[in-house]
Each structure stands twice: as C-alpha cells, then as structure tokens.
Design a protein around this ligand. Structure first.
Ligand SMILES: Nc1ncnc2c1ncn2[C@@H]1O[C@H](COP(=O)(O)OP(=O)(O)OP(=O)(O)O)[C@@H](O)[C@H]1O
Ligand SMILES: [Mg+2]
Length: 256
C-alpha cells in the first residue's frame, strides 16, 4: 500500500494530471429502444471520489457497467487511464476494481479463501496469509469471519469482503455501485473511512449512491443524473454553502 498523501485532491490540484476515469459523451440505447444514457461526460482524477446520485432508473448502473464492458456503448467513450474500455477491455480491466451491490462470491469458500482466489485471479500471487488477514481486518470483518464460509455471511459482511477483494487488486480506478446499501450505520460510517483511505492513496473512485448526506462528506465531486442525463456536477468547494438535498430535490422536480 502507498503512503497517505493527505488532503482531498481539489480540482485545481488535479488540473495538470490526466483523469483516471473519463466518460466522453457516453451514450447507451438498450435493445428495446430506451435511451438510458444521453451524452454523459465527466472526469475523475487520482485521489478523487465522485458520487453519482439520481433516482431509480436514472442511469447510474448503466454508466458503471459501460466502464466494466458488461454492455457496449451506443456512442461516446468510457476510458480508464486513457484506455477505451470497450475497444480494449482486457487492458482496461487491469486498472479497474469493482464492487457491485450484490457481490459475487463462492459460498463454499471461507472469506480468506475467496480473497485468495480472487487475488490470484487478478495476478496477485505473492500475498501471504498475514496480508489477507490484515486486509480482512481493514475492511471491518471480525476475525472469526475470516474462516467462516461465505454462504453464512450477511449482506454487509459480503459487501466488506467484496471491498477487500477490490483493495487486493490495488487498481487505480475503483467502481462502487451502491456500496453502502444494506450496511448498518456503523458499517456504513466505517466504509466511508475506508473509502477516504483509498482516496488518500491516490485512487480514483466512482460511487453510485442514494446517500446524499454521505456523498457530501466523502466526495470531491457530486454528479446528479436524471433520465440518462448528467443534470448537475459540483465540486466539494461549490457544495460547501449548498444544501445538497434541496438541490437534488429541485433537480428531480424540474421539468425535462
Ligand atoms: N438490460 C437492460 N435492457 C433494457 N433496459 C435497461 C437494461 N438495464 C437497465 N435498463 C433501463 O435503463 C434505465 C437506467 O437503468 P440503471 O440500472 O442504469 O439505473 P440506476 O440509476 O442504476 O437505478 P437504481 O437507482 O434503481 O439502481 C432504466 O430505465 C432501466 O429500466
Ligand atoms: Mg443501479
């Protein structure tokens, strides 16, 4: 793990560096004709958390899925470190860690075995049992869970293990689709501390969430999506004097 680099990257601090995560006019029309994403653009720089807010069906998961090449764009580009995620998916995926709302894990494996399996799958074969245990502890799993079969895990425990797998990959870009949904308040608070540590290590993080309050706490930038469009993007500095919840509701109520 890299050492802490201190304060959040402000937009100014990032201005001279290329973005790690970039959407350029990203557009997705599903097979049934629905325009789920309409020319969405944003940049996320090293050390930044970008929170994506928006009603159910706004296009948050669609956005994330395009970066992972689970679906193909109709138009525009999703890039990681300048690599087009659709044209060069294998190259792009090396730079990406992903935690979905429902983390895919092997139920008959223990937490440590899952971590070992996915670490090796990601080409990290030098990690010791102590390394795994340190990471499992870091994400807040209790020690007795390390050797417990994952099929016995609660949703929050699965989520934590998913984040441990993402940390193990040590990728510069991290995508989190509603990572705190289903976490209890203490676990959610701990999760955000963890996110802050990853940010301090220089990761670029895209997180979709419905949690306005926490977004304001953790994000360098916040984007609000509505019916496939990015209707607002603000920096932490710009949001300082704003009531983000009111802003969000105003956008939801606005016509169009
Ligand atoms: N495979 C698909 N085929 C057709 N339409 C889809 C598909 N996946 C999603 N959609 C539609 O695309 C739109 C955007 O969905 P998406 O899952 O990206 O929303 P979201 O912002 O993640 O919502 P939520 O907050 O509920 O997770 C919705 O209208 C949804 O019904
Ligand atoms: Mg979603």
């Amino acid at each position: 793990m890299m050492a802490s680099q201190g304060k959040p990257a402000s937009d100014q601090a990032s201005a001279n560096r290329p973005p790690v995560i970039e959407a350029i006019n990203l557009t997705k029309r599903y097979e049934d004709g629905l325009l789920a994403l309409d020319r969405v653009s944003f940049q996320i720089y090293p050390g930044q958390v970008f929170c994506l807010l928006g009603a159910n069906g706004a296009g948050k998961t669609t956005t994330i899925n395009l970066f992972l090449d689970f679906i193909e764009p109709t138009d525009g580009e999703a890039c990681i470190n300048g690599i087009n995620c659709h044209r060069e998916p294998l190259r792009a995926k090396k730079h990406v860690a992903y935690v979905s709302e429902n983390v895919m894990l092997y139920g008959n494996f223990t937490a440590r075995q899952n971590l070992d399996y996915f670490a090796k799958l990601g080409g990290k074969d030098h990690l010791s049992r102590d390394d795994y245990d340190r990471i499992l502890a870091e994400v807040g799993l209790p020690e007795k869970a390390f050797e417990q079969r994952v099929k016995e895990f609660s949703k929050g425990m699965r989520q934590k293990l998913g984040i441990a797998i993402a940390i193990t990959k040590d990728a510069p870009a991290i995508f989190l689709d509603e990572p705190t949904s289903g976490l209890d308040p203490k676990a959610a608070a701990e999760f955000l501390e963890l996110l802050d540590r990853l940010r301090q290590q220089g990761k670029a993080i895209l997180m979709s969430t419905h949690d306005i309050f926490r977004s304001k706490q953790v994000a360098a930038r916040v984007g609000i999506m509505k019916a496939g469009k990015m209707v607002m993007q603000r920096s932490r500095e710009e949001l300082e004097q704003e009531d983000l919840e009111k802003l969000y509701l105003d956008y939801m109520e606005a016509a169009g």
